[in-house]
Design a protein around this ligand. Structure first.
Ligand code: MTE
Length: 315
C-alpha cells in the first residue's frame, strides 16, 4: 500500500502535542468569535456558543512508548465500510452530516434517553489519552484521542442490574454513505462488549483526536476505542447504545464468525485464519514490530477473562 504523506512519525510526541495546542488556540479564538455572534442571535447559534473547547487535558496515565502516528495518515487511511471497502474513504466521508447528532440509550435502562452528542460530551469528564490502535489486518497506529471514559457513559445511561451486554449501533444513511447501498453487508454496523468490559477503565468514547474535533473519516462525532481489542470492535459514528441480556451479534461476526468473533482480544500467538498476528506494520514507518498480548494492555484487562477460558477470546 502506497501512502503519500509527510513523515509525521519523525515527530516526537511532545512536538505533536504542541502543534495541536497551537492549532487549537486558533480554534478556541474562532469559537469565541462565534460565541459573540451567538449571543446576539438567541436560540439560533446556542449550540455553537456552548461548543466544547479542545484540546482536553492529557491524562498522563495513558501514554505509549512509540511515536504518535501523523494526523494525515490517521485521517486518510481508514476502515469505514459505510463509505466503501477501500482505505481511501476520507473524501466520501465528508458527506456525513454530523450536526445535529443524537445518541439514544435504551434497552435495560432506568429510562430511555435521547441526547445531543455535544450535550452528552458537556456532561462528561473530558480528557486526552494516547493509545495504541491495532487492526486485525496487522497494521497499527498510535493515536492521541480526546473524549471520555466509556464507564462514565455507562453510568450516565443508568443500566438495570439485569443488563449483561452493551450493544453499539452506527447510523443508517445510504443517501450519505454509498457503502451502505451494498446490500450484501448486514447493515447497520453493530458492536458489543460485556458490562464488565464496558466498566473497565480503558474503554474510551472518542469525540476528537490530535487536540481537535474528530475527523469524519475517523468516526465523528462519537466513536468507541477499545485499545486491547482488534480495531473492528471500535465502532464509529454511534447513534444508539443499548443494554441487553443477550450477547449482540456484531457486524463482522454476521459476515464471517470464524474469522471475526465477539471477543477479538489482541493475541500475537493466535493467528487469523489467513495470516499471522505475531507482528504488525507500524503505519508511517517501514517498521514491523512484535504485537503484544492484549496490545500491551494486559495489566488492565487480563483479569476480565480469567474465568472465560472456554470462550474464543482471541479472534
Ligand atoms: N465502524 C463502522 N461504523 N464502520 C466500519 O467499517 N471499521 C472498523 C472500526 N470501526 C468500521 C468501524 C475497523 S475494521 C477498524 S480497524 C477501525 O474502525 C478503523 O479505525 P480508523 O479508520 O480510525 O483507524
Amino acid at each position: 500500500m502506497l501512502i503519500k504523506v509527510r513523515r509525521g512519525w519523525e515527530l516526537p510526541e511532545a512536538a505533536a502535542t504542541s502543534e495541536s495546542v497551537f492549532v487549537n488556540r486558533r480554534t478556541v479564538l474562532q469559537s469565541l468569535g462565534l460565541g459573540a455572534i451567538a449571543a446576539s442571535l438567541p436560540g439560533v447559534h446556542a449550540a455553537r456558543a456552548d461548543a466544547i473547547a479542545y484540546p482536553f487535558a492529557k491524562n498522563e496515565k495513558y501514554t505509549v512508548d512509540r511515536l504518535i502516528t501523523s494526523e494525515e495518515i490517521n485521517t486518510t487511511y481508514n476502515n469505514f465500510y459505510e463509505f466503501g471497502s477501500q482505505k481511501t474513504i476520507s473524501k466520501a466521508a465528508q458527506k456525513l452530516t454530523t450536526k445535529p447528532w443524537t445518541v439514544t440509550f435504551d434497552g435495560l435502562v432506568e429510562k430511555p434517553i435521547t441526547i445531543d452528542a455535544e450535550a452528552l460530551l458537556a456532561q462528561m469528564p473530558r480528557e486526552e489519552r494516547v493509545y495504541r490502535h491495532r487492526c486485525v489486518e496487522a497494521w497499527s497506529m498510535v493515536v492521541p484521542w480526546s473524549g471520555f471514559a466509556l464507564a462514565d457513559m455507562v453510568k450516565f445511561a443508568k443500566p438495570l442490574g439485569s443488563a449483561k451486554y452493551v450493544r453499539f449501533e452506527t447510523f443508517s444513511r445510504p443517501d450519505e454513505a454509498p457503502g451502505m447501498r451494498q446490500f450484501w453487508y448486514p447493515w447497520p454496523y453493530i458492536e458489543g462488549v460485556t458490562m464488565a468490559e464496558a466498566m473497565n477503565e480503558l474503554g474510551f468514547m472518542v469525540t476528537g483526536a490530535y487536540g481537535k474535533t474528530l475527523a469524519k473519516s475517523m468516526g465523528a462525532p462519537l466513536r468507541l476505542h477499545l485499545p486491547w481489542k482488534y480495531g473492528f470492535k471500535s465502532i464509529k459514528s454511534i447513534v444508539k447504545v443499548s443494554f441487553t441480556e443477550e450477547r449482540p451479534k456484531t457486524f463482522w461476526e454476521a459476515i464471517q464468525s470464524s474469522e471475526y468473533g465477539f471477543w477479538a482480544n489482541v493475541n500475537p500467538q493466535v493467528p487469523h485464519l489467513r495470516w499471522s498476528q505475531a507482528t504488525e506494520r507500524v503505519l508511517g514507518s517501514d517498521e514491523r514490530v512484535p504485537t503484544k498480548l492484549f496490545n500491551g494492555y494486559a495489566e488492565y484487562v487480563a483479569d476480565l477473562y480469567k474465568d472465560l477460558a472456554k470462550e474464543r477470546l482471541w479472534a
